[in-house]
Design a binder for this molecule. Structure first.
Ligand SMILES: [Zn+2]
Length: 260
C-alpha cells in the first residue's frame, strides 16, 4: 500500500483508479441534499447515508457513469431518488466513496476545515485550528498483493462435499447500514461476511457462520479488512500549541459540520 495525499492524488479514486467530476455546489443543490437526506428521517444521524445523499446530488460522473443532467427549477424528490439509486449502483468501495466525499467538500467549500482541538495531554483548547484537507493522507493500492490477503479459517466450512479451510479477505465496500444494523457488532459481522470469500469457491461467507467465530478472531479479521481498505485516513496528527505534544485527531465527517 502506497501513501500519498489528497492533493497529490487529485481526481483519481484511490481504489478503482477512475476519474470523477462534480456539479457545482449551489444553494439549490444544498437544498436538494437536505431534501434527499430528510426523505428518511430515521437515517438523519447515519453518516454513510449523509455521504450517499450528498454525493448523489453533487456527482456529475464517476468513470464511464454519467449522472442525469441537472434541470432548472426545484428538483422533485423522485428525480433525486433516481440519482441516489444510480449512486448505489456504482457499488463503490468504502475508500472511494469517502474520497469522493472529501473531494466534493474541497471543490465546493474549499480545502480549509476549522476545528476546535483539545490536547489530551494538557487539556489546552485550540479554537479555529485549520486543517488543510488537501494534506490528509490517502492509502492507495500499489500491487495485486495489497488488495487481498489469505487467512486460515478457525472453523472450517463444509459446503456440499467440500471442506474449506482458507478464505481470502479484501477491503470494505461502501454500504448504508439498514435500520436493523443499530449496533457496531452487526455492522462488523456484515463487513466480515461481505469481504471474506472461501478459497476454491466464489461463495462469500454467511453472517451466521461468522457469528460462531470467537470475537477475538472476528476482530483480527476486521483489522485486516481495514488495513486492506484504501482511502483517506480519518486520523490527523496535530501539535499542541501549549505543551508541543503530538496527538491524533479524528476528522468529523458529519455532513452538517463538514460542509459548513
Ligand atoms: Zn498540550
Amino acid at each position: 500500500m502506497r501513501q500519498t495525499t489528497v492533493k497529490e492524488l487529485g481526481n483519481v479514486l484511490p481504489d478503482s483508479g477512475e476519474s470523477f467530476s462534480f456539479e457545482s455546489h449551489t444553494g439549490r443543490r444544498e437544498k436538494d441534499i437536505y431534501k434527499l437526506m430528510n426523505s428518511k428521517p430515521s437515517f438523519a444521524t447515519n453518516l454513510p447515508w449523509q455521504v450517499r445523499c450528498c454525493l448523489a446530488v453533487l456527482l456529475r460522473s464517476v468513470g464511464s457513469v454519467t449522472f442525469p443532467e441537472y434541470g432548472k427549477g426545484e428538483s422533485k424528490l423522485a428525480d433525486l431518488e433516481k440519482r441516489g439509486e444510480l449512486f448505489d449502483s456504482l457499488f463503490l468501495s468504502l475508500g472511494d466513496a469517502y474520497y469522493l466525499y472529501v473531494c466534493a467538500r474541497i471543490e465546493s467549500i474549499g480545502n480549509e476545515l476549522k476545528v476546535t482541538l483539545t490536547c489530551p495531554n494538557c487539556k489546552y483548547e485550540q479554537n479555529n485550528y485549520t486543517i488543510n484537507l488537501n494534506d490528509l493522507i490517502v492509502k492507495v493500492y500499489e500491487t495485486e498483493e495489497d488488495t487481498k490477503k489469505e487467512i486460515d479459517l478457525v472453523l472450517p466450512v463444509t459446503l456440499g462435499e467440500k471442506k474449506y479451510t482458507k478464505a481470502t479477505v479484501s477491503g470494505l465496500r461502501f454500504t448504508v447500514p439498514q435500520e436493523r444494523l443499530d449496533s457496531f457488532a452487526d455492522a462488523k459481522l456484515d463487513s466480515v461476511a461481505e469481504t471474506t470469500t472461501l478459497v476454491g469457491s466464489n461463495t462469500p461467507l454467511a453472517v451466521e457462520l461468522i457469528s460462531d467465530w470467537p470475537t477475538r478472531v472476528i476482530n483480527q479479521v476486521y483489522t485486516i479488512i481495514n488495513e486492506l481498505t484504501p482511502g483517506i485516513d480519518q486520523m490527523f496528527e496535530f501539535t499542541c500549541a501549549n505543551c508541543e505534544s503530538k496527538n491524533p485527531y479524528a476528522v468529523n465527517w458529519e455532513y452538517l459540520g463538514f460542509f459548513s
